[in-house]
Design a protein around this ligand. Sequence first.
Ligand code: SF4
Length: 383
Amino acid sequence: MPEQHAVLSASSSHRWLECPPCVRLEEKFPPKTSEYAAEGTLAHELGEITLKHNLKEMATRTYNSRLKKIQDNELFTADMPDYVETYVDTCMEKFSEAKAKTKDAIFKIEQKLNFSKWVPEGFGTGDFVTIADGTMEICDLKYGKGVPVSAKGNPQMRLYALGAIAEFSFLYDIKKVKMTIIQPRLDSISTDEILVNDLLEWAEKVLKPTAELAFKGEGEFKAGEHCGFCRAKAVCKARADKNMELAKYEFQEPTTLDNDDIAYILGKAEELAKWAKDVQDYALDQALKGEEFTGFKVVEGRSNRKFTDENMVAKTLYDNGYTDNVIFKPAQLLGISAMEKAIGKKKLNQLLKGFIEKPQGKPVLVPETDKREVFNSAKADFQ
Ligand code: SF4
């Protein structure tokens, strides 16, 4: 859930733990809201009311009226309940396991978690927490379908765990924490576990000193993959220096690149392209606000002609003797993703599974560290 009010939020902790001064630098740039974030908030709301209803914390009447509001939201899609169900089922399973161990196991839904003991003014919202004798489980729903996020060593989950320990350890003797990230649209459920003693040691030795630096805007700038969602990414000097360093290369051959030269460029190209795109987007945004960049100007991009009144267009053509098959596109079946949104994941599998195939993908050149298997060109030739 959004944690806009915490300076050091759990969701950005992977970034400020790597680059502590980013937090104060980012304050100079307004946060951007996106449709994806609003969609994620809606999915969380659906998860929250479903869990509360299933676990008898919400009356059916209230549940129905809140469900109706969610369904009326323009961002609601038919596949959302199927995806949210994966999250709800995982939480229900965790709670059943907890109750099997301890009769008076508890659960908390959308629990505010305060981890300010280690992170100045730090708090966040844990989607689902359940506590039984000795073990606490924390579940986090991530509705996006960008990249799978691993729970292994994930600082956001660890901060939630610390907040939950601070809140509940006087009631329960918690020895171990299990943290699970559910990304239903990527078919990904990732779990990590840590002994509370080890977690507290990490919190004292790594988290607390770094968070204090970050809160004061001190420490070393460090560019890396974590820059992706940083609000300062387009104008950050440290990121620019790192990328300019990447671009420097002493080519050996006087006239043409050899394979080693090309491999070097391939290894840097993606990061350089991302950075260049961030700078371009930022500069356009600023230029539209009146800033000037020597040698550049804003012009009108390409645009396509469009009809101003489609009903009148159709009428005029009918009046002039044209027929439907000439002036209208033939009806076209939705693609698989759009169909899934329209009828839901369950119905798609139930009704259409037999008609779906996944052909071999086109070859792409990726770094050796990529987890995918090497492209089987013999299979492709045969096909
Ligand atoms: S862009 Fe990267 S290096 Fe620069 S402040 Fe943000 S996180 Fe730090």
